[in-house]
Design a protein around this ligand. Structure first.
Ligand code: ADP
Length: 453
């Protein structure tokens, strides 16, 4: 399978195309590796994961270059992603030592209730191309820390980062079969990963559409699942917001990774009193961003991942304009390089308000009062991230409580880190990644009814 640089269209490498039978053999090997890995103490697993973290950090420049080459994001962002990816390995190396159960009294005086936490078993991860390193470590690190083994299917666009991460894992002393990357056809491999009875857990990051399919396929063998699916993040900018903070926050929440992030700002609701000033400053700042090849140190916006992504963004913009929206800046592209685009006069119901944009497009929607803004923000089947900009503490609590989202950024557009629980509600997903909660996704609860204890 050839890997293409989205910036140049040139091939940058090849990976093996695993057949379904070969994937089944990898799963069997992960199952054979499970007893020894889960039998280690948390401290022993912790040490091995820590070595993986050290190696990722030592190879940060090399990994960042691989990410930029196969994914296109600016090199500085790729370096940021490697640090973010490594942070999950460091964090869960620490958490491996803290897996613990509980002991309760029982209704009968002669008994104790003992609760143990045990690894789920062999896990399968299916990961997307937008964060080729971090979406793997955010799943693999907690799984391995918990004592599970894992088979990872990276996105076909970005398998080289995954293969390199797995080599570093091996170098760190993670035993054969504990973490294996399989590359090839998503449909075939996906069917084996969700159908094979040896897999006890499927963890996925990607579109809601594929998430639904994987849930359906996993239902036949009642697998445990975690799903990080699509988003359609609303941003609420109130009259009392700090204008500079709000503009900087929206720029950060939108343009990271050329707008190809599931928590990216998708719909920007701006209160009437600040609308004109906000729109003007946002458009000026957007227009000043440099678009180009990710290896150019001045570039802030890289290419979109492929031609289908370009067509989708063009369709979104055309739909908005046909329905009366206007361009404040952008709206054009040169091949896969899309200019940052700000659309004014957007109204609820246009495609840009209904669908995940996944490109550098910011639709602005005017609102008058808080209740209306909350109603519009929640008018979606998605519930991943939301952002609000205000200096009023009472409003902050009120709106944060009313917003249907798993994560709310308050006066900031950057919310992801390894200590915070990442995940969505509604059709944006199931479960949480990162944080002290992230390891629970890879642990089962076993209860011992201990008579005479
Ligand atoms: P994106 O919009 O991020 O490409 P997708 O949901 O299409 O989101 O892809 C996310 C991951 O899911 C990728 O690794 C992709 O290869 C994989 N994938 C796509 N289709 C299927 C499928 N039918 N079965 C299993 N995995 C799939």
């Amino acid at each position: 399978m050839q890997v293409i640089n989205p910036s140049t269209g040139e091939p940058v490498g090849e990976v093996k195309e695993f057949s379904r039978t070969e994937v089944a053999a990898v799963i069997a090997a992960a199952d054979r590796a499970l007893p020894a890995w889960r039998a280690l103490s948390g401290k022993e697993r912790s040490r091995t994961l820590r070595r993986w973290y050290d190696l990722i950090t030592e190879h940060a420049d090399e990994l960042a270059a691989i990410i930029t080459r196969e994914q296109g994001k600016p090199l500085a962002e790729a370096r940021g992603e490697v640090a973010y990816a490594a942070s999950f390995v460091e964090w869960f190396a620490e958490e491996a030592k803290r897996i613990r159960g509980d002991v309760f009294g029982s209704p009968e005086p002669t008994r104790r209730i003992v609760v143990l936490k045990e690894p789920v078993g062999v896990c399968a991860a299916i990961t997307p191309w937008n964060f080729p390193a971090a979406m793997i470590t955010r799943k693999a690190a907690p799984a391995l820390a918990a004592g599970c083994t894992m088979v990872v299917k990276p996105a076909s666009q970005t398998p080289l980062t995954a293969v390199r991460l797995a080599e570093l894992a091996e170098q760190a002393g993670i035993p054969a079969g504990v973490l294996t990357v399989v590359t090839g056809s998503a449909r075939e491999i996906g069917a084996e990963l969700t159908g094979n009875p040896l897999i006890r857990k499927v963890t996925f990051t990607g579109s809601t559409e594929i998430g639904r399919l994987l849930l359906e396929q996993s239902a036949a063998t009642v697998k445990n699942t975690s799903m990080e699916l699509g988003g359609n993040a609303p941003v609420l900018v109130f009259d009392d917001a700090d204008l500079e903070v709000a503009v900087a926050g929206v720029l950060a929440a939108k343009y990271r990774n050329t707008g190809q992030s599931c928590i990216g700002a998708n719909r920007v609701y701006v209160q009437s009193g600040i609308y004109d000033r906000f729109a003007a400053l946002l458009a000026t700042r957007s227009a000043s961003l440099k678009v180009g090849d990710g290896f150019d140190p001045d570039v802030q916006i890289g290419p979109l991942i492929d031609d289908a992504a370009v067509a989708k963004v063009s369709e979104h913009i055309a739909d908005a304009i046909a329905q009366g929206a206007s361009l404040l800046t952008g709206g054009t592209h040169d091949g896969r390089f899309y200019q940052p685009t700000v659309l004014a006069g957007v109204v609820q119901g246009m495609q840009v308000t209904r669908e995940e944009i996944f490109g550098p497009v910011l639709p602005l929607i005017r609102f008058d009062d808080e209740a209306e803004a909350i109603r519009l923000a929640n008018d979606t089947e998605f519930g991943l991230a939301a952002y609000l900009f205000t200096r009023d503490a009472a409003r902050t609590w009120r709106v944060a409580a009313a917003i249907e989202a798993g994560m709310v950024g308050i006066n900031t557009g950057l919310i992801s880190n390894e200590i915070a629980p990442f995940g969505g509600i509604k059709q944006s997903g199931l479960g949480r990644e990162g944080s002290v909660y992230g390891i629970d996704e890879y642990l089962e609860t076993k209860y011992l009814a201990w008579e005479g204890a």
